[in-house]
Write a protein that binds this ligand. Sequence first.
Ligand SMILES: Cc1cc2nc3c(=O)[nH]c(=O)nc-3n(C[C@H](O)[C@H](O)[C@H](O)COP(=O)(O)OP(=O)(O)OC[C@H]3O[C@@H](n4cnc5c(N)ncnc54)[C@H](O)[C@@H]3O)c2cc1C
Ligand code: SF4
Length: 478
Amino acid sequence: MRYNSYDLVVIGTGFASSFFLHKFLRKAPATAKVLVLEKGHFFPHAERVKEKRGEETPYARLNPAYKDTFENHNPEKKWVFTQGFGGSSNCWYGCTPRFMPADFKMKTLYGVGNDWPLQYDDLENYYTQVEEIMSISGPADTPFPKKSGYPLPPHLFATADEILHKEYGNLYISQPTARARVAVNGRNACCASTVCHVCPVNAKFTIENSNMGVYEDPRVELLYGAQVHSLNLEQNVARSANFIKDGKEHRVAGEVIVLGTNALFNANILLNSGDSNPFTGKGIGEQLGLEASVYLHNLENVGGSTWVNANGYMLYDGEHRKEYAACLMESNNAPYYRMERGKWRHIANFRMVFEGLPEAHNYVATTSDSMRPAVHYKGPSEYTLRGVEKMKLKLPEILACLPVEKIVYGKPFDSEAHILGTTRMSANPTEGVVDKHLLHHQYRNLFVLGSGSFTTYTPSNPTLTLSALSLYAADNSF
Ligand SMILES: Cc1cc2nc3c(=O)[nH]c(=O)nc-3n(C[C@H](O)[C@H](O)[C@H](O)COP(=O)(O)OP(=O)(O)OC[C@H]3O[C@@H](n4cnc5c(N)ncnc54)[C@H](O)[C@@H]3O)c2cc1C
Ligand code: SF4
């Protein structure tokens, strides 16, 4: 560490921190001093591919196994992530739909949850910027408003997707995705190998391949192996961060401090620091997903150019959200086979993803180990479960344009790999932890980034939106 005090101290190197830094550095003076504290280490893509092939790599031992980093009090529910440089950008799957405008005003429109303190139009410009940086592939016509086209062409539909698109137009679209349709920016084209956890051809966007120039910037000092456990909060100001590196305790002061360690660890660090906001740590949640296998009569469902080919919005927005959860349909192009001679590909697979709601009995708490938070999670909301039941009633009608023989549902998945809502955003401090600029309501030099800030839990994947929020926060605060 070069100094004892910095203009900006950023904690974590995932999407949330990296997009925030990207915007901050464009606005900051040449003399700005920025320190980034990263708990883990750099594990290059080529070495991850080796590990995936079962080969030895010394990098594999550097970062902690995510399961060891927290206590899970409900083993039926998984919370999944990767630590180290780039965070879960290393293992994410790259599905990047925008939210729908209604997602931001659930209370006004449907009397459910709360309204976000910012609206779709506030984020539109930042969505576009993230889509440019991630080189998103997507269609010309979308169910959410969009002022400009996607940077890359859309992925190709499979046969069943083509039929559904013809029936439903822009309610059934090629999925907007960070899995590149064509080679771009040092990334190769996605070839639908469906092992996106470690993409063998480096097609999906990651912080490592992002070319954002953030961590190479001479104003930025990046410290690996620096695990932050708390902040010093005094008189409504976050003064400094406390971290352990090489077994020793350290402290560094920051004019501005930014937490980007994900919804689990942001809450833990705040709680360790004595943050008394009653919402801190409360309401951890996510979407609920389950598989619908659709057996088709004499229809070869083939083609498609990526893993999740398409998104269906037929069960997403509308008055029904007063009663039950919205559902996003993801068309899954992994190689599913029907175990019947001559009918191998007479099947389509969908992941039905339902929105969640924040509930106080689902929460993050500290433990005697300041580095290891506990997650207490009882289960999905009644609202979400009602959505599942209604979907089962409606899906046959929605799929009537396909020659459906039968639909077989799987059990709900134990995770959608998203962690939402432990530091929720609100217009005022009586309803949440951060304001619309992701600034803590009480500590006005402390940003708390990421999907922990989500006010409600739409069925859409969170990362495009949390990255846009980081750009918005940095752009409107400096
Ligand atoms: C398998 C998988 C697939 C996914 N697929 C998708 C998808 O298709 N679409 C989508 O939208 N989202 C997807 N996600 C979710 C997405 O990865 C997350 O929303 C996103 O990574 C969150 O970004 P973040 O920067 O807030 O946190 P993270 O990516 O979790 O980054 C947190 C960073 O903080 C560091 N850190 C943690 N604790 C400390 C500490 N105490 N001190 C210092 N540093 C610390 C970590 O090492 C890491 O660098 C997926 C996730 C997984 C696991
Ligand atoms: S589908 Fe295959 S090529 Fe495409 S991003 Fe995933 S792993 Fe990479």
